[in-house]
Ligand binder design. Structure first.
Ligand code: CP
Length: 309
């Protein structure tokens, strides 16, 4: 079986194939008839051990628009609450003959572990601070649609990089596609091994977003913090929050992105987030459905020349 566990290891051609297919689904999703029966008779289970709005809903929609039977398992309402383990939960579902298992879990490596046990395709919908591959793909599609290309762009990923699986997947994807990546944040929120990631690091946001094409903001992930990583919210916003004053240093046509959920007034000014011309945050959500349709399509194809993810 083929799986989508991370962006690391995917090449430019594989990424381009997914984005091209997703572009077609994006057009279909804007039409009246959004359904194709490509996955008729197939079963998709969304197994989420962490909360989600965007990823869960868009995988459900993506599966249904392709004709699959879709089951959402939020583990707070399952037998996980009675102590059943991750593997036992997955193997129980596996016994029901699934075709695709979409997994979100707080531990890095959880999706890969399950992919070695079950008889179906596994998609990583976020594992700890490791990877969130479909998020990076939807971000890439959003950038490509606005800018025409990814190669040659400078992208600043700003904020809580340390706890962000979105940042890790985006670093791999943007580097693979020929963009320059900057990480911007306080020393306490930038991982120490970044010198091996092919990025430039800035602890001064004004310097970090100067002349960039894309400003990608990240949420402060309080739920993953064991100590205190930021001094106070007003102080954090002053130094690392995106407002119009700092945004003026980026290129005049620079776009604003955020994977969501946003904390308005913490990492991003509310008016900047809602900027009709420059904020792509709603389009990111829209592209999420299209990208997940493309991933489901490719992973369930059994053609001799299918893309192996
Ligand atoms: N961006 C993202 O993964 O959002 P959710 O946590 O709401 O799925």
């Amino acid at each position: 079986h083929r799986h989508l566990l991370g962006i690391q290891g995917l090449g430019p051609q594989e990424i381009t194939t997914i984005l091209d297919l997703a572009d077609g689904y994006a057009a279909q999703n804007r039409s009246i008839d959004k359904r194709r029966n490509l996955l008729g008779g197939r079963t998709l289970v969304n197994l989420f051990f962490e909360n989600s709005t965007r990823t869960l809903t868009s995988f459900e929609l993506a599966g249904k628009r392709l004709g699959a039977d879709v089951i959402n398992m939020q583990t707070s309402a399952s037998s996980v609450a009675k102590g059943e383990s991750l593997i036992d939960t997955a193997m129980t579902l596996n016994a029901m003959h699934l075709d695709v298992l979409v997994v979100r879990h707080a531990e890095s490596g959880a999706a890969e572990l399950l992919s070695e046990k079950v008889n179906c395709a596994v998609i990583n919908a976020g594992d700890g601070a490791h990877e969130h591959p479909t998020q990076a793909l939807l971000d890439a599609l959003t950038i490509r649609r606005r800018k025409g290309t990814i190669a040659g762009l400078t992208v600043a990923i700003c904020g809580d990089v340390l706890h962000s699986r979105v940042a890790r997947s985006n670093i791999h994807l943007l580097n693979t596609m020929g963009a320059r990546v900057r990480l911007v944040g306080p020393r306490t929120l930038i991982p120490s091994q970044v010198d091996r990631m092919g990025v430039e690091v800035f602890h001064d946001m004004r310097a970090g977003i100067k002349d960039v094409d894309v400003v990608m903001m990240l949420r402060i992930q309080n739920e993953r913090m064991k100590g205190s990583f930021i001094p106070s919210i007003p102080e954090y916003f002053r130094f690392f929050g995106l407002d119009y004053e700092k945004l003026a240093l980026a290129k005049p046509d620079a776009v604003i992105m955020h994977p969501g959920p946003m904390n308005r007034g913490v990492e991003i000014d509310s008016d900047v987030a809602d900027d009709v011309e420059r904020s792509l945050i709603r389009e990111q959500v829209e592209m999420g459905v299209a990208v997940r349709m493309a991933c489901l399509d490719l992973l369930t194809r059994h053609l001799p020349n299918a893309v192996v993810l």
